[in-house]
Design a protein around this ligand. Sequence first.
Ligand code: ATP
Length: 464
Amino acid sequence: MKTPENKKEKKKQLASKGDANDVMENLISLCKRRGFIFQGSDIYGGLAGTWDYGPLGVALKNNVKDIWWKRFVTDREDMYGMDAAILMNQGVWKASGHVGGFSDPLVECQKCKRRFRADQLEPENREKQVCPECGGKLGAERQFNMMFKTHVGAAEDEGSVSYLRPETAQGMFVNFKNVLDTFHPKLPFGMAQIGKAFRNEIAPRDFLFRAREFEQMEIEYFVDPKDWKKSFEHFIGEIRGFAEDVGLPSAKVHEHEIAPADLAHYSRRTIDFEFDWPFGRKELYGLAYRTDFDLKAHSSASGVDLSYYDEEAKTRFVPHVIEPSLGVDRTVLAILADAYREDELGGEKRVFLKLAPSVAPVKIAVFPLLKNKDALTAKAREIYKVLCAEFARGSSGVEYDESGSIGKRYRRQDEIGTPFCVTVDFDTIEKPHNPVTVRDRDTGAQESIPLKDLVSLLAQKLGK
Ligand code: ATP
């Protein structure tokens, strides 16, 4: 029965769903308008679950990957970087359990033919087998394997079957012995890689959140089984540290301990790191204790010994594994969704991205106040060159812009999340100390700085 109370609650829920849709729509439109992210194959009507990163998107994404690589690989002595092939021998996926079990429950509406993931339906729809879109009857649930199948070479027979990898992890397990034999690391040590993963998701949705092609940043950290708890705790802190590095507020990141009954068969402990997305609290990253499941499975299927000899204890055993698994695209989406702001500045509405300087695709923009004054553009270009040498990496980092009015240029930089703009005017050329104006994205406040102090001030503000 619908009481006034639960009617009100329903209305509130619908309203907040509406707000979330608005936020996502506005964000998707900003990403397209400003060259961050486009729908994949857009001019052909798109391809569901694929997204193309434009110039600013790829700069943001590369910043995320660089920060991860620095924290987890370069800054550590116990981590070995990898870049394994996407296509692997089908034996890998049989041994890992993906051929037999990497599936989601699928239901199809008999009326409108739409397909849904059964475990993502409202409980009422699932129980009563009612289509949430058209109200038609849903068919029986069946398991749908999410791996993209393909054939390697000219023959299309069973022997040539391969899959686009649904995770990067297996590329590290099958190279465990290679790293052991070439670098002779002592436990604990890890292998780390960033790369594409492909999943034929039944219902791709929520922009980058659930895509069919995405990137992962994964670590397989090999430990003596008696030490697994210590390493697991260590990576809880490291994942939180990484989220902070890319500017995600820690209050929006939650640890969800998976109940023992719900753990995957190979895992003895898993934590999902969830994020407060505009569309609700859902998984951002995963951290799993996978025991010796993977190395043992590959050892027995390949016939290759994947054990480790502990020289001090004079014992041989198969190491256990702690796996922090982080999605690149979910990180990018979390950053963008959290940074999206609408406010009023100088009596005008504006949209801006409050990006942390560490991930902002453009960190500093340099403008001449007017574009048709040679002395101003020459000075601005000179300063731009100096700032490029100090702060730019590749083609991103520092931008020069002289198009349109100064107000329009500020607006565009606000929308792409540039933390600081430097404006060169006649005072810069004519006055002692050559003052330039530095404008702060978040407050719009402008301060006049002697040119000689500009680099050190920006370095300090950017946390360099
Ligand atoms: P979900 O339950 O949301 O489907 P999952 O538990 O299957 O995720 P994992 O297999 O643990 O995800 O993958 C590790 C990480 O890879 C996830 O935490 C997420 O960041 C990312 N990821 C997984 N699937 C997708 C996807 N379809 N699109 C974008 N990122 C993904």
